[in-house]
Design a protein. Structure first.
Length: 229
């Protein structure tokens, strides 16, 4: 009976695959299964693996021993406990982020969230809620999608951790961080975020994982973390 049901479902899916053949989630070349990457795109991804800095998640070139921290984590301790990133930002990873961010490619969010869930499993196991880095209202209306919220929503479905987009809001219009140095990035987002009064009770005493699409210097997530703290 199960085999008959499986064959029936496959038969029903066939017309859709003929009309809309599956394409690579990265380059849009045709692939055999929907939602997958072609071989070339898959080889172009550089997943971040252990060993890494226990605080910043920065990968080390070789094993440094348990609990080792990077020089940056020691010299500039962040306001958050730990950060993890799934993939090095470049090549196909950059294309996918830009597709999600600027081209309404929300279909990419579940795939990227799977990679995030893998590398951030220890954070998710301890989390009470996922909070995306918010866009300013004007930028959200112009872009129509908050890529961090799409990732956090998909991550919530995978992990079972609650998703709450209203825990923190962006109250200041900021410049794009691309091209800015560390100090300029920090100045740009200083005072940009706050916890709404109505959300304070949902923040108090909870373990919150902040989700964003790209981590560069950590200025943005640090500003969000300070507002939540």
């Amino acid at each position: 009976m199960a085999e008959i049901k499986s064959l029936a479902l496959a038969a029903l899916a066939l017309p859709g695959r003929i009309l809309f053949p599956p394409v690579c989630a990265g380059c849009r070349r045709q692939v055999s299964q929907p939602g997958t990457l072609c071989g070339a795109c898959w080889r172009g991804l550089r997943f971040i693996e252990r060993p890494w800095c226990e605080v910043l998640g920065t990968p080390f070139g070789h094993e440094m021993g348990p609990g080792m921290l990077s020089a940056d984590a020691i010299a500039n301790p962040p306001p958050f406990d730990r950060a993890r990133a799934a993939v090095a930002f470049g090549g196909i990873a950059r294309q996918m982020v830009h597709g999600l961010k600027y081209s309404d490619r929300t279909d990419l969010a579940p795939w990227m969230a799977r990679w995030m869930a893998r590398v951030g499993a220890e954070l998710l196991d301890e989390a009470d809620v996922l909070a995306p880095v918010p866009l300013h209202r004007g930028r959200f209306f112009a872009r129509r999608v908050n890529q961090a919220a799409e990732l956090a929503r998909a991550l919530s479905r995978l992990s079972g951790v609650a998703f709450d987009a209203g825990l923190v809001e962006r109250v200041k219009v900021t410049r794009q961080q691309v091209g800015l140095g560390q100090r300029a990035r920090e100045d740009n987002v200083r005072g940009a975020f706050r916890v709404p009064t109505a959300a304070e009770i949902r923040v108090s005493g909870r373990r919150i994982v902040v989700v964003d699409d790209v981590y560069t210097t950590g200025a943005t997530v640090s500003a969000v973390a300070r507002a939540l703290l």
